[in-house]
Design a protein around this ligand. Structure first.
Ligand SMILES: [Zn+2]
Length: 277
């Protein structure tokens, strides 16, 4: 088995490199294709994994990674969360996306949330906490999770502690992304998002291949309401006042890992692997 090489195709296989950590199979490459399940079956890799997982003293042998992303708006939390998700095969839980969905669907939560989001203000905690609590009652986070955009305030952090305790979970890392205001304003005002798949672009540093359209799914790109310059300044103010104090809280627990927000994208995986192991 040692020296076997598995070539990976696509996001469906994200879980595998994580399951295979410390295991003598080399994993190479990440490419888009939905047929990976068949490819894996053809290679017999699923069986290998199943045997390996069952053979480790009843445990999966997987190291849990329960992560909170913390940093000002525009510091690249979402991007870094996706990279961590790809490396370790754990899901990103994005309250921002969940809220936007609620707004789009016009649910009761969504209607209230919309007014706050359009002003660049924080959505009331009881709404956000309710959404997160619901998510933690659903499957898919047994091997860890990455919270992006939550908690954003002391009372949300209190609620998160409660939710984690209810689910016999705890946090392993806080990834704190460090970046200055000037860079943030430049970055956010030139940011474009895909309303369909959530992909993020930047007009200068990460333009889509076809102007105005998503590389991944072909949908038309938008500038989100909360990426307008005036709204950005308000968001930075709100961050300083409400979210930044959380750093003290988690520093006391020894959970914080700092990542610079201005490194090149392709350097991030190595930085993150060095930090988290
Ligand atoms: Zn897309």
């Amino acid at each position: 088995m040692s020296g076997t090489t598995l070539v990976m195709y696509g996001k469906a296989t994200k879980i595998i490199p994580r399951m295979m950590r410390n295991h003598p199979i080399t994993v190479n490459g990440l490419y888009g294709s939905n047929d990976i399940r068949h490819s894996i079956d053809d290679l017999g890799i699923v069986n290998v994994l199943t045997q390996w997982r069952g053979s480790e003293s009843g445990q999966s042998g997987v190291i849990l990674m329960r992560i909170v992303m913390l940093g000002p708006p525009g510091s690249g939390k979402g991007t870094q969360a996706r990279i961590i998700s790809d490396i370790y095969g754990i899901p990103v839980i994005t309250t921002g996306d969940m809220l936007r969905e609620a707004v789009a669907e016009g649910t009761e939560y969504g209607k209230v949330a919309k007014e706050y989001m359009n002003r660049g203000d924080l959505v009331p905690d009881d709404i956000v906490n309710g959404i997160v609590r619901q998510r933690f009652s659903q499957p898919g986070i047994e091997e860890g999770f990455i919270l992006d955009g939550y908690p954003r305030s002391t009372s949300q952090a209190d609620a998160l502690d409660e939710i984690l305790e209810e689910n016999n979970q705890k946090l392993d890392y806080i990834i704190h992304i460090v970046l200055g205001d000037k860079t943030i304003i430049d970055r956010l005002s030139k940011r474009r998002s895909c309303p369909n798949c959530g992909a993020i672009y930047h007009l200068e540093s990460k333009p889509p291949k076809k102007k105005g359209y998503c590389d991944q799914c072909g949908s038309g790109l938008i500038r989100r309401e909360d990426d307008n310059p005036d709204v950005i300044k308000n968001r930075l103010e709100v961050y300083r006042e409400k979210t930044r104090p959380l750093l003290e809280r988690y520093k006391d627990r020894g959970l914080i890992k700092e990542v610079p927000g201005d490194v090149k994208l392709d350097e991030l995986p190595d930085i993150i692997k060095k930090l988290l192991g």
